[in-house]
Unconditional design. Structure first.
Length: 180
């Protein structure tokens, strides 16, 4: 008898947020995006993200930061199926190269809405200065994963600083609106 079962794989750490590691990540976007501005504040509990819908809502002190890492950045957030982790996650992007590539796919008649095909995002480089991203669509295909879990994800909770995976974070105008 072996110590571990055949083909045993360690489960992932369980983060519900998609993190692009070096190499290739295969995803399926399964919701519409929310957009806004994000920055990080220090408070009693440590560094916490703050998100708002419009640039006018960002405090002037945040935009006046000398260190550009502390300034507000434009973000997109949406739910994805992470094929590597075999789970739904929230993907938040601020990288203009990824945004531009996805926007180009959306506006291209042959590709359109990214909920209809898988996307490969490749990250090269380890630190901020040297990191590059490329985005490549896979041929259109039907999405076959179970979608019941999606009803419990509320992207709008991100604007409120709440847990988007908590059933208490549901507000009627910001509930998951993706179509699968």
């Amino acid at each position: 008898m072996d110590f571990l079962p055949d083909k045993y794989e360690m489960p992932e750490s369980g983060s519900r947020y998609m993190r692009l590691e070096e190499g290739e990540s295969k995803i399926r976007i399964v919701s519409s995006a929310i957009v806004g501005w994000e920055w990080w504040d220090d408070d009693e509990g440590g560094r916490k993200p703050k998100r708002v819908k419009t640039l006018n809502e960002v405090p002037k002190s945040v935009m006046a930061q000398q260190d550009t890492r502390n300034r507000a950045k434009h973000f997109w957030a949406f739910v994805v199926w992470d094929y590597g982790a075999k789970s739904y996650k929230i993907m938040e992007i601020t990288q203009k190269t990824i945004m531009g590539a996805i926007r180009s796919l959306i506006s291209n008649e042959a590709w359109g809405n990214p909920q209809g095909y898988d996307i490969l995002i490749t990250r090269r480089g380890k630190d901020l200065v040297d990191t590059e991203y490329s985005v490549m669509p896979n041929p259109k295909s039907e999405f076959k994963e179970d979608t019941k879990e999606l009803a419990n994800i509320n992207l709008g909770a991100l604007y409120l600083g709440e847990d988007p995976f908590s059933s208490e974070a549901v507000s009627p105008d910001e509930v998951f609106t993706g179509e699968v």
